[in-house]
Design a protein. Structure first.
Length: 168
C-alpha cells in the first residue's frame, strides 16, 4: 500500500439501506452546487436512480487531493470507485455521469474496500498539503474538510476535466 493514501473517516457510523426503486428526488434534479462536496452517508445517484451511499473518501494525503470514493452499495458491499464518474453534487447527494447499468459494469470490476489497505487521514496534514501545492488536477484538490465532508473547488469534475474537443 502507498503510505500516502489514507481514508478520511468520521466518528459517526452511517448505515444506509435504501429501497431499490428509489428515484432521484425531483428537488435535486435542477440543483447543481458550485463546489463538489463528498458527504459521508450522502446518497450516490446514477442518472436513473440511487446506487448507494458514500462511506468514505480516499485521499492522497501528501498531495492534498481526493483520490477515490468508498461507496456502500445497496447490497451492502463497499467498493472503491474512481472519481472519473462523478458529475456534480447537490447538498449531500452525489451524482454520477453514468446510468445504473454502466455503474454496475464498473462495480463488477471495482475492488472491494478493506480497511487493511488504508490508513486514517491526518486532516491537518491534508489541508496543509492541499493549500501549499499547485495541483496537476485542481478538481481533486481538497479545499475544505469537516467531520462529515470533503470539498473540492468549484465546477464539476466531468466538466473541468473535459476541456474543448478537437472533434467539434
Amino acid at each position: 500500500m502507498d503510505m500516502d493514501r489514507a481514508v478520511v473517516t468520521h466518528r459517526r457510523n452511517v448505515q444506509a439501506t435504501p429501497r431499490p426503486d428509489e428515484a432521484v428526488p425531483s428537488e435535486l434534479l435542477q440543483r447543481r452546487d458550485d463546489i463538489v462536496r463528498y458527504t459521508r452517508g450522502g446518497p450516490v445517484y446514477a442518472t436513473d436512480g440511487l446506487v448507494g451511499h458514500i462511506r468514505n473518501v480516499v485521499v492522497e494525503e501528501a498531495a492534498g487531493t481526493v483520490a477515490e470514493l468508498i461507496v456502500n452499495l445497496r447490497d451492502g458491499r463497499d467498493v472503491v470507485l474512481p472519481l472519473d464518474f462523478v458529475d456534480h453534487t447537490a447538498g449531500s447527494a452525489l451524482f454520477l455521469a453514468a446510468s445504473r447499468l454502466q455503474f454496475g459494469e464498473v462495480v463488477a470490476r471495482a475492488p472491494e474496500f478493506t480497511k487493511r489497505g488504508f490508513l486514517k487521514a491526518n486532516l491537518k496534514k491534508l489541508l496543509t498539503a492541499s493549500s501549499g501545492l499547485e495541483h496537476k488536477e485542481p478538481r481533486r484538490a481538497v479545499s475544505r474538510i469537516g467531520e462529515d465532508f470533503v470539498e473540492t473547488p468549484a465546477g464539476t469534475p466531468a466538466r473541468r476535466s473535459a476541456g474543448p474537443s478537437s472533434d467539434e
